[in-house]
Design a protein around this ligand. Structure first.
Ligand SMILES: C[S@@+](CC[C@H](N)C(=O)[O-])C[C@H]1O[C@@H](n2cnc3c(N)ncnc32)[C@H](O)[C@@H]1O
Length: 218
């Protein structure tokens, strides 16, 4: 019988000093892992060969997926923060998952190599509503500051998603109510992707949801 639980990776190597620069695994991180766990059978049946996490931070999400899927798939992570890339790589190593971590804006430097090949795409973006000027001001601002409607960073990825995904590819996105989930679904529909709510949870003032997007068949 298939293992349907996803193990939380060991991230005890991450120091308090690291956490002054990278995102500490939090409710949103674990909600994304829970969404993957909920869909694990479906994900395994897709037989993914390439999994990509944009904005991997500590690397616990892509590592969690990697420990469940094993070495049959390739794992790539990107982050705009070089320290997050280094820690992602270490988190993978510590848990037996080989991750290629690339320091880039969204997928800029890897796009030609992954176009049409991504089977599982993950993004827990900076989603907090902030003034426009706060976006991208420093390592920690990068982790949460999302500008207008909290959409400034994720909106830049949306048009690229259909280019990245394979024919059966799936995109998992963390969002909060203020990001306007109905509007996100409409925008993605315009890019040929259907939207489903996988899991929602309230965490303090945040109403978190993991959305799943699939390529719409003709
Ligand atoms: C909310 S944190 C999520 C971190 C991790 N995935 C998790 O779930 O714990 C957002 C991450 O996106 C990264 N990030 C922000 N803007 C980015 C960009 N333009 N390109 C790549 N990564 C970005 C941040 O550095 C941060 O690591």
């Amino acid at each position: 019988m298939m293992e349907t639980k996803i193990k939380t990776p060991d991230f005890s190597h991450i120091t308090s000093e690291d956490l002054e620069h990278i995102y500490e695994p939090s409710e949103d991180t674990f909600l994304l892992i829970d969404a993957l766990e909920k869909d694990l059978e479906l994900i395994v049946n897709l037989k993914p060969s390439l999994c990509l996490e944009v904005g991997s931070g500590s690397g616990v999400v892509i590592t969690a997926l990697g420990t469940s899927l094993g070495s049959g798939a390739r794992y790539i992570a990107t982050d705009i923060n070089p320290r997050a890339c280094h820690i992602t790589q270490m988190t993978g190593e510590r848990n037996g998952v080989h991750i290629s971590a690339v320091n880039t804006d969204l997928v800029t430097d890897i796009l030609p190599n992954v176009t049409g090949c991504v089977d599982i795409l993950l993004f827990n973006p900076p989603y907090v509503v902030t003034p426009h000027e706060e976006v991208g001001q420093g390592d920690l601002e990068h982790t949460w500051a999302g500008g207008h409607k909290g959409r400034q960073v994720m909106d830049r990825l949306f048009p690229i998603v259909p280019l990245l995904l394979s024919r059966t590819g799936v995109f998992y996105l963390v969002a909060i109510r203020e990001n306007d989930l109905d509007d996100i679904a409409q925008v993605m529909k315009g890019h040929g992707l259907s939207c489903e709510h996988v899991i929602s949870r309230r965490a303090g003032p945040e109403h978190l949801t993991v959305l799943k997007f699939c390529v719409e068949s003709d």
